[in-house]
Design a protein around this ligand. Structure first.
Ligand code: GAR
Length: 197
């Protein structure tokens, strides 16, 4: 039987800018307890590809057919034997066969305090606009396991930040990103320790 590598293997899926992906990559480059072995994106022009090129991390784009049709992305990811698959700003719904193949190993970060402001169509700036519109006094981040429904898997971690009336969707996004950068890599590290295999 093939031995599992000592350094934990991470795979990231991202759809856009990829600032969380970069933060996770650099965090584990410093610590060496885990390594991001590949980043995949559903958008050929996503800035995350430029970040990965700069950081020397293998990064690939894929289309809907590879994701939901032929299964080819799943086969590629299985071949990497990841300890965790991290959704960092990834906007497509994860197909059932991925969840069956990696039942506890896919995690997502959501830029609000779930179950509020979750579900289909609730992502990125749309979340912050809704939070502002409702005059919320706080918002935050949720890191959760991924199941077959958008933003409904079991919650692993949440952190909050207070809001004032002066906050705008942009300033809310900045506050939320700060929380993401601070906590997401640490939560990943803890999960990997708990896996302990
Ligand atoms: C992050 O704020 C993440 O929480 C959010 O997209 C942003 C991606 O930023 N994810 C969702 O809205 C998922 N529903 P990044 O590309 O700079 O990491």
């Amino acid at each position: 039987m093939q031995e599992k590598p000592l350094v934990k293997q991470l795979v990231i899926l991202a759809s856009g800018s990829g600032s969380n992906a970069e933060n996770i990559i650099t965090y584990f480059e410093e610590r060496k307890t885990a390594k991001v072995v590949a980043v995949f994106t559903n958008k050929r022009t996503a800035a995350v590809l430029d970040r990965c090129a700069r950081l020397g991390i293998p990064a690939y784009s894929f289309n809907k057919e590879a994701f939901t049709g032929s299964n080819s992305l799943l086969q590629v990811i299985k071949g990497l034997s990841p300890d965790l698959i991290i959704l960092a700003g990834f906007l497509w719904k994860i197909p059932q066969d991925f969840i069956q193949a990696f039942p506890k190993e896919i995690i997502n970060i959501h830029p609000a305090l779930l179950p509020k402001y979750g579900g289909k169509g609730m992502y990125g700036s749309r979340v912050h606009e809704a939070v502002k519109e409702n005059g919320e006094e706080e918002t935050g981040i949720t890191i959760h396991h991924v199941n077959e429904n958008y933003d409904e898997g079991s919650i692993i971690f949440q952190a909050k930040t207070p809001l004032t009336q002066d906050d705008t969707p942009d300033s809310i996004a900045q506050k939320v990103h700060q929380l993401e950068y601070e906590h997401f890599p640490r939560v990943i590290e803890k999960l990997l320790q708990r896996h302990g295999n």
